[in-house]
Design a protein around this ligand. Sequence first.
Ligand SMILES: [Zn+2]
Ligand SMILES: [Zn+2]
Length: 278
Amino acid sequence: MQKFLTDVHTHSTYSFDGQSALADMLETARAKGLAFYGVSEHFDYAYLLGGWAEVMTDAERYFHGARHLQEDYEGCMNVLIGAEFGYTDDARAYAYYKDIQEKYRPDFIVNSVHSLRENDYYDGDPFREKNEKGEVVFREKREVYKEYLGLIRKSLDAPYDYDIVGHIGYLTRYAPYEDKSMPYQAFAAEIDEILKTVVKKGKILELNASGGVDGFLLTADILKRYYALGGRKISYASDAHAVEKVAYCRDEAVKSLKEIGFTHITVPCKGEYIKVEL
Ligand SMILES: [Zn+2]
Ligand SMILES: [Zn+2]
């Protein structure tokens, strides 16, 4: 049986941090033989809260331009036009995402935690606090990681539709600690709560190749636990922001998924979940 290649959750210059134009990303994906390619530009209300309106994706421009390109690839490659919502625990954020959903009907939605309130883990602020002398010091790793996992758990109950739970472990990319890892054993209770909820809600867990302690966000120990709890819906994402990263480390990802026992990748498209053999 033919194995279809998938990469669902990528970016282009429609996002503030994208480096390659969507047309170039799509041409690279086609050249690499991908059957399903999903683009999911950033929609992050936290940036508005932080006063960075200039980095917000222009939804009208994005969906209009991307839908045209999607038509161009019809019959040649399944291009999915999606969105990555940055979960922000704020009613205004929920309204903003619902509005985007209703207006533009993305083919799929990735729900990701990037920020603690308006502070992206990328900038390091969630790792810092002031001590009693007023000096800026690093917070205790366990406290920061548990808080992050608590946010992920909350994001699963977001009052808007989403398909994929994005890159669990995102903060390990930017953590200032010598040991940045977030092993299952050390946070078993919090991680179990998340995984059981993902299974119960029928959402898709994402294996994301954009970094982290061992090169992937969602480490093998957490994937194994998800499988043991009955989780079977998994997606692969390069989270590419530039052409060089399209389908990055996909073979390694597939190998580790097969070793655990997974037989399929799940591709969400307009509310339908397509099973693609690994
Ligand atoms: Zn993300
Ligand atoms: Zn992303």
